[in-house]
Design a protein. Sequence first.
Length: 352
Amino acid sequence: MQGVKFKYSIDALKVCYSIKNETYSKLTENPEISKNFIFQSPNYQDVLTEDFRLERVKNKSREFNILVPDENGNGNLVPYGYLTIKSKDDEDFAGKCFITLDNRRLYEPFTIYHEVIEFKKPVEVVDIQSLNNISEYVKISVARTPKTTVKTQYNTIFFLEQMASRLNLELLSISNLEIALDSNINFARLIKKNVANSELIPVINNIKFPDIASRQRLNNTHITHSTTRLRAVNLGYLIKQSNNNLQLKCYNKVEEIEAESKKTYIYRWLGMDKNIHRMEITAKWSPIKVFCKNNNLTVEDFLYNLHTGEILSEPFIIWLNRLIHFKTVGKPKGTISVFDLVTIKSNKKQQI
């Protein structure tokens, strides 16, 4: 589509893991021993770098901020997300923990500068085999001779795989995933305009809306709440399934960024001007599990490839069509997606 700009991104991610008893004990049962748990590169003969750190949240024995070195390689730590470990007494979530990523880390590539050095004496380094003494580990200042600096760039979600391995966690599911599509097309206005189009029939959550003039309420679906088609034209635009497994939001992204100036990093990530409109789909584990099964993907395959636009577009399109699509009046077999509306609009302009 000529003139259309768009980019897929991850806006939120929360992942569920099982946690081994040994790790649970070391991190939670003696909170007074250490506030921080420092994980350094196991390849200590060549590299001395702090891979990540768990910083216990004040007065919380099972909650940690996750910190990683900043992308400038100057040794400063920045938020990566947070780790929540569920109590052994929790009936629903015993033996589980959750990692939620910081929004900024989802919009910036993560870069580590490894300083390659020569050691004058051996240094003990924490790795996955040495969890037993992690609470006793103290970062040591080591005399060294710098040799060179190697820059390596990681996708932040990809780094999550390494982090879980170092913590001895087993991936179970993806609890919450938000895929965003940012574009110069105002999708909220486009959807509302076509919900009001008497030549089309909107299908929301697989339920056909009645005629535009009907006052019938649809009690089995949610567009913020049960409503008529006439009222749906004037909504925000939010559509969600009654079980909340899928949800669609459409809004002006620039207004949100400008209201929260700390989010200006999104401009750099998108590489777009300030005409940015967003469609954002939130998915819980159930539709993600179905997508993985239908595409012969393990949850690991799906999660650790979320940095690629190729894998983001397919579930986004499937879930968007499940939440809302259109049919032409008198043609029940045809399906018109929200993306088709853009093409139709473009073709009409060319004909004029």
